[in-house]
Design a protein around this ligand. Structure first.
Ligand code: PFF
Length: 457
């Protein structure tokens, strides 16, 4: 059995680069757009608490499992799972888990790139000084003007997809790695600045109360399912993105150690984003539960009123776009890596094929916000295409992918392989805790939440 395999796609130059790349994947619209709007819609503190528990008890162990599988297989998720299953004497059907991930990735990227398009649009608006002195109402109109227009939505979605295509086609390594090292800390610093501004608005106390004082009376099965789905979404788990990045990880790097960094930075960013956004909402008497428009309506208002708001606004939306790009490329990578492994296609052509398919789905998602708002693809789900793609991928496919990953690693693979890949001892604390969480806690949590949300439990 080959112990030290090499990936045909190349390797990260160090463990630190892997942490940056994986953090680039994890930190994105999920933290800055999706997390605040879900907190707003799901009633605040209780949701935040359940979300944090999901990150700690379900997300972290599964991330370790995914990175481990990727590094063991050194291939795209589909092929890594196929090879590992063979070596471990398990059914080749385990590769279907990789296929499910590809489907989830397509679905996520199709709506993700629509929102990525919005961030581009907002960067340009900021650059034109459109937010100067803007009120909450006017900001609402700017957003409505964007999403109500089929042309604008599809046009900006196309621009965003093109950026992803260029980067993935060129190979992820050089330019992007360097960019991420400088730009992600800048984004973080800007967020902290916004939190400081939030503290001066008079809405800060209400924010702390809203985000950290749990009111369990507003919790129902959907809240828990949403929190679990968001934990997977924000950590890029359950679809192979982290697995494929793990495939390029140097053999000597500690997997639990790097995972702790990635999870820590991702969680901190989400909390800080909440602390930056809700003070504005409360200070201006806006509604926290306004859904997908939340950050796009609140932030222009702040940039319109603070000193240097013009420069900060341009920087913020440009960095937000970048955060979306670094996540978007990780959504493309599993499928692109697979195609280059099984066909003679060059990476650029594989990237072109995948992005073209996702572009098309994204057009449908974008149009469902305006001219196709009445279209329902699934008769039993009363949701437009955008919402349906978001719900099925994040709340069903990602947790299901995570569940199967946990079962594969903690119940099916041999302890010897797992220990040697994780470089842990069977009697060490880290291993014991990880194994317990992956074997029992993560699968039970996912199954219970599923059963509960379909009303069976
Ligand atoms: N984690 C990304 C975010 O929070 O924006 C989104 C994402 C990337 C989800 C990659 C899933 C994935 F595989």
């Amino acid at each position: 059995m080959p112990k030290i395999r090499r990936s045909m796609h190349g390797h990260w130059s160090s463990g630190v680069v892997f942490v940056l790349a994986a953090t680039g994947s994890a930190v994105g619209l999920g933290n800055l757009w999706r997390f605040p709007y879900l907190v707003g819609e799901s009633g605040g503190g209780a949701f935040v608490l359940i979300y944090l528990l999901c990150i700690l008890l379900v997300g972290t162990p599964i991330m370790i499992a995914e990175v481990m599988l990727g590094r063991r297989g050194r291939r795209s998720p589909i092929n890594s799972l196929r090879v590992i299953a063979r070596e471990e004497g398990l059914s080749p059907n385990w590769q279907l888990l990789g296929w499910m991930g590809v489907v989830a990735g397509f679905m996520i990227l199709s709506f993700y790139s629509v929102v990525g398009g919005w961030t581009l649009f907002y960067s340009v608006e900021a650059l034109q000084g459109a937010f100067s002195g803007i009120s909450g109402n006017q900001a609402g109109q700017v957003f409505a003007g964007l999403v109500d227009s089929a042309w604008l939505v599809v046009g900006w979605h196309t621009a965003f997809i093109l950026i992803l295509f260029v980067i993935v086609a060129a190979g992820v390594r050089k330019g992007l790695q360097r960019a991420v090292t400088i730009l992600m800390p800048m984004l973080f610093a800007l967020l902290v600045l916004l939190v400081l501004h939030g503290m001066t608005t008079g809405g800060f106390a209400a924010t702390v109360q809203f985000m950290f004082k749990p009111d369990f009376s507003v919790v129902d099965a959907t809240t828990v399912l949403t929190a679990l789905g968001q934990a997977f979404f924000t950590l890029s788990l359950g679809m192979g993105a982290i697995m494929v990045y793990g495939a390029y990880l140097p053999s000597s790097t500690s997997i639990p150690g790097t995972t702790a960094w990635i999870v820590g930075m991702d969680t901190l960013t989400a909390i800080i984003a909440g602390l930056a956004i809700f003070p504005i909402v409360f200070a201006a008497n806006m509604e926290p539960a306004q859904g997908t428009s939340l950050v796009f309506i609140t932030l222009p208002v702040v940039f319109g009123e603070i000193p240097f708001g013009f420069v900060l606004g341009v920087m913020f939306f440009a960095l937000l776009t970048l955060a979306a790009v670094t996540s978007g490329i990780s959504l493309l990578e599993p499928a692109v890596a697979y195609i280059t492994e099984v066909s003679r296609l060059r990476r650029a052509w594989a990237a072109a094929a995948v992005t073209a398919a996702i572009w098309l789905m994204g057009v449908a998602a974008g149009l469902s916000l305006n001219i196709w708002s009445d279209v329902r693809l699934l008769p039993f789900m009363d949701q437009g295409i955008f919402d349906m793609l978001e719900f099925i991928s994040s709340n069903i496919l990602l947790p299901l992918g995570g569940l199967l990953t946990a079962v594969f690693v903690a119940w099916c693979m041999t302890r010897k392989t797992v220990l040697s890949e994780l470089d842990l001892h069977s009697h060490g604390q880290t291993y014991k805790i990880w194994l317990f969480a992956t074997r029992y806690i993560a699968p039970t949590a996912v199954i219970l939440v599923f059963l509960h949300s379909i009303g069976l439990f």
